[in-house]
Design a protein around this ligand. Structure first.
Ligand code: FES
Length: 252
């Protein structure tokens, strides 16, 4: 899939006539399943955009048009959402998406060095792909904001699965293995898929439940506080029954 589309929130940037035939009957059936989960069809937009990425590796003009048609939204509304979240990609991703956390904690503990090392090895920068998107071993690199695993810093993700406590050397070995077509086991979570497989899961489809969700999800470091509290009998004060809650603002 080579289509590349730099979309903006302006109507003229999204072609109302974009050809959506790339989304075949199977994808349309999946879309209907997604939409059926919600009382309002427009609420299905986020998983729908992941479904689009599971087909095309990014959100193309056709993907925007497809979502708009399925959800009775305008292309401007779909585009506004797709450009807001960084998980929706504007260019086709490689077989794997490698995200390096370069937020404060990870950066201080080596995240910046990991990002530099991988950028040098792959010869690409943020949101760029080494290799041809879709071909085996192709890798899209990005730096990411806090990946919510600061206790395991520095961390990186491959297709959103965690590799904790990384060094630049370990990260380089990991990427080389991906380029060879291997799928090293993440530190936590299920076995590694590829970008399209991860996007399908994010759309809410777990075709092979056993291998797509099985795996340890909590790290020892993350559970340490709860474990200590448990051992020492510490509990958080409960909310008093007569506690006054702040008034809700009037609905307009
Ligand atoms: S700063 Fe990297 S996970 Fe929070």
């Amino acid at each position: 899939m080579t289509e590349q589309f730099e979309f903006t929130t302006t109507e003229e940037a999204v072609h109302e006539t974009a050809d959506t035939s790339v989304f075949g009957e199977d994808v349309r059936a999946d879309a209907r399943q997604i939409i059926a989960r919600y009382p309002e069809s427009r609420s299905a937009l986020l998983p729908m955009l992941h479904l689009v990425q599971s087909v095309q590796r990014h959100v193309s003009a056709a993907g925007i048009q497809f979502c708009a048609e399925q959800l009775a939204l305008s292309t401007a509304e779909v585009s506004a959402v797709a450009t807001f979240y960084t998980m929706y990609k504007r260019k086709p991703c490689g077989q794997h998406l490698v995200s390096i956390c370069t937020n404060t904690m990870c950066a201080a503990l080596g995240g910046d060095a990991i990002y530099r090392k991988l950028g040098e090895h792959l010869g690409v920068g943020h949101n760029e792909t080494a290799g041809t998107p879709g071909e085996e071993g192709s890798i899209t690199l990005e730096h990411a904001e806090c990946l919510a695993a600061c206790d395991l810093a520095p961390v990186l993700q491959v297709n959103y699965e965690y590799f904790d406590n990384q060094t630049p050397e370990q990260a380089l070995e990991l990427v080389k293995a991906l380029q060879r077509g291997e799928k090293p086991a993440p530190t936590r979570g299920p076995a590694l898929s590829d970008f399209r497989g991860a996007e399908r899961q994010l759309a809410g489809f777990f075709d092979d439940l056993e291998s797509t969700v099985a795996g340890p999800s909590a790290a020892v470091e993350t559970m340490r506080g709860a474990q200590l509290a448990n051992e020492r009998g510490w509990t958080a004060p409960s909310m008093p029954d007569d506690a006054e809650l702040p008034p809700l603002p009037e609905k307009k």
